[in-house]
Design a protein around this ligand. Structure first.
Ligand code: DC
Length: 681
């Protein structure tokens, strides 16, 4: 997951391959709640691992359910409708499904069994309406207080006393703000439909019906067959009991699929379509119908039972006018697809956007305009005209996973306005897109960007590289890895590649002057960087590589041209999306001559010897500062005077002497220089 402050997406120009979707959020959270309320044990497979499901799992544990993780599965033994904990304070983050469902269930259980609960969330959760649900529950006889503002969480549910609920008359709930209120009531009232039928009546139009359909479908899996009279009246039959269904499998998230369906429609060819696994014609999620909308815009889609393949059909995409009430979440993806049309796209009946993770109507209008689109934002619709000139946009994400995910699709802007068969190299330059706080995708799709980078491609020259070269012990490794971390880029410690070759040579007793043998070892290195460790032939050599004798041999063997040539491909393979920071001796001069920013880092010999000394002593390795200094001066001399790739600053390098700088100050200086080279204004 990217935990950086921002993530820059270079211009992207094609997509192909296979994506495995994370589990459906809607299904995961409903299954968790129903498993937690029901009698018996439910084993849930392929549960979504995300912020929203985590808060629900934590809540179930707090309420006394047994929750056992078994490999990829979660085993939950439910309460069987009987409270174990009669008091609890639950924090539910920014999860609307958890908040609405648990509020309803705990209001009913608390009232009938003398419980007392508090439900709260992040500040935005306290701005999302819940009044219609509270009104319906109070009408039943459940004691509920608002602990903050009327109509919004936090809520206090139950007063510790036992109450009799009024179940003989229909329970009325408004349906036009959030369908989660109806879902919450349906799940909760199954617990009390014992002696009589319980009827829920929806007042006004029920929005987002497909989400209620998921609820009905899953209730049936738990043994409760609700009668649905035209989405206006639901009857839970007397004698209903939630019973654990045993093993259940969560299908892939159809809303998450929308980004990849759009991706295929924009950037995958018919010969190499984008394959999405985990969602297909068998899906019970309403957002499956996003497929129809994407087709209307031009996507070519083949639907299997549990997979979907998408490629470009019509290009440019076709602007559409669509009532999106049935696909409110996935409709955000259509708004970004609209950027690749030549007309006006109008998405209507989406007033619910205003009460989601953020005011999505306002957010989408604002961010689409930043890309260069002209946008008209209405009370319950949005109208989008594609940009005449694309801008390098800094996308604010409002702690809304869907804003972050759908705007990643704006990175394909080089393709906008192109002929259908233009080859990537013949496309215009395109502009990068900066996504602020990319970690917000963790709400439903923690690995979203990694998954995107697994199937999207950019032209190599568009993937940024920052090089940090300099003499030994100048601190370039520390600097480069910190810069990589701040930007979410890959990191190449090329010194480790030479050191690993030296270590391999020591292990087989190769001579330091046997260029052929050394080059052959270099060409067959079984070397892996895991992010935290360096593995040579499967063995962790992270510490061994830092030994002085390994560094000294690396310096000697790195003078051989054949060795350098043999290690080139391995180093170049690090040049991948979304970008690279590489440190070494010849990163800016030889390996990545086209790097956007080249830093040449130095520090005087005394300072470097001191740093190396400290480093060794702190690891309990005895060292002498004078001989260290003599050794590194000798090494500088050798690295600078060798015939191939000698250590020297690239002509266009930024020279940075960090003798008197802290690490933070050096990192800041490099990030500042980087920012000046970016087009984000
Ligand atoms: O950066 P370092 O001390 O880990 O590098 C060890 C040796 O590897 C160094 O003395 C020279 C060689 N090297 C090189 O020649 N080219 C690079 N890009 C990186 C390291």
């Amino acid at each position: 997951m990217f935990s950086t402050r921002f993530l820059d997406l270079p211009p992207l120009v094609s997509a192909s391959g296979t994506v495995r979707l994370p589990g459906s959020k809607s299904i995961s959270n409903r299954l968790l709640l129903l498993a937690g309320l029901s009698e018996g044990t439910t084993t849930i497979h392929a549960l979504l691992a995300s912020d929203d499901t985590q808060v629900m799992l934590d809540a179930l544990r707090t309420l006394g359910c047994s929750v056992v993780l078994e490999g990829e599965a979660v085993r939950i033994t439910g309460l069987g409708g009987r409270l174990v904990a009669v008091q609890a304070d639950l924090f539910l983050g920014n999860s609307g499904t958890s908040t609405r469902s648990l509020s309803a269930a705990l209001a009913v259980l608390g009232a009938t069994q003398g419980g007392r609960f508090t439900i709260r969330g992040v500040p935005r959760m306290h701005e999302r309406p819940i009044g219609d649900l509270v009104d319906a529950l109070r009408g039943l006889g459940c004691p509920i207080d608002y602990a903050g503002n009327d109509g919004f969480p936090p809520l206090r549910l139950g007063d510790g006393a036992v109450h009799t609920l009024r179940l003989d008359a229909p329970i009325r709930v408004r349906g036009n703000v959030s369908s989660q209120f109806a879902t919450g009531l349906l799940q909760a009232l199954c617990l009390v439909a014992i002696e009589q039928d319980v009827v829920i009546e929806v007042v006004g139009e029920l929005i987002s019906k497909p989400y209620v359909e998921i609820t009905l479908n899953l209730l049936a899996r738990f043994g409760v067959a609700v009668r649905n009279d035209g989405w206006a009246r639901f009857t839970i039959p007397a004698g209903s009991r939630l019973r654990a269904p045993g093993d259940v499998h969560v299908e892939g998230d159809a809303s998450s699929a929308s980004y990849f369906i759009a991706l295929g429609a924009i950037a995958a060819s018919r010969e190499a379509p984008l394959r999405i696994e985990g969602m297909g014609a068998q899906s019970i999620q309403g957002d499956l119908r996003f497929v129809e909308a994407a087709q209307a815009m031009g996507a070519h889609v083949v639907l299997g039972d549990r997979w979907t393949e998408v490629s470009r059909g019509r290009w440019p995409l076709q602007a559409i006018t669509l009532d999106c009430n049935h696909i409110p979440d996935a409709a955000m993806t259509l708004a970004v697809m609209a950027l690749y049309t030549t007309g006006t796209t109008r998405l209507t009946n989406i007033a619910s956007w205003r009460v989601k993770e953020t005011d999505r109507l306002k957010a989408m209008a604002t961010e689409l305009r930043k890309c260069g689109a002209s946008v008209c934002e209405g009370a319950d619709f949005i109208e989008i005209n594609p940009p005449l000139a694309w801008q390098a946009a800094v996308i604010h994400t409002y702690d809304d996973h869907r804003v972050a995910m759908c705007f990643s699709l704006a990175a394909f802007n080089a393709m906008a306005g192109s002929q259908p068969d233009t080859a990537p190299h013949a496309l215009p330059h395109g502009v990068p897109v900066r996504v602020l706080d990319p970690h917000c995708v963790a709400k439903t799709f923690p690995d979203y960007f990694e998954t995107l980078f697994g199937v999207a491609s950019a032209r190599l020259q568009d993937i940024p590289v920052i090089t940090v070269d300099g003499p030994t012990a100048s601190g370039k490794g520390t600097l480069a890895s910190a810069v990589a971390k701040a930007l979410g880029y890959h990191f190449l410690d090329s010194g480790a590649v030479y050191r690993a070759t030296a270590l391999a040579a020591m292990r087989v007793g190769a001579r330091a002057d046997d260029e052929q043998h050394l080059a052959q070892l270099a060409g067959h290195l079984d070397l892996h960087f895991t992010g935290t460790a360096i593995l040579l032939s499967g063995q962790d050599v992270t510490e061994t590589l830092r030994l002085e004798e390994v560094g000294a041999l690396a310096s000697r063997i790195s003078a051989w041209p054949l060795v350098r040539a043999a290690l080139r491909t391995l180093q170049v393979s690090f040049h991948r999306l979304p970008g690279l920071v590489a440190d070494g001796r010849d990163m800016g001069t030889v390996i990545f001559p086209g790097a956007r920013l080249k830093v040449f880092l130095t520090a005087n010999a005394a300072t470097r010897a001191e740093r190396r000394h400290k480093q060794l002593i702190s690891k309990g390795i005895p060292a002498n500062i004078d001989s260290l200094r003599a050794e590194l001066e000798l090494r500088d001399e050798r690295d600078q005077t060798r015939a191939v790739s000698p250590l020297k600053p690239a002509a266009d390098a930024m020279l940075l002497d960090n003798s008197a700088l802290t690490i933070e100050a050096s990192v800041d200086a490099v990030l500042k220089a980087w920012e000046q080279r970016r087009p984000f204004g």
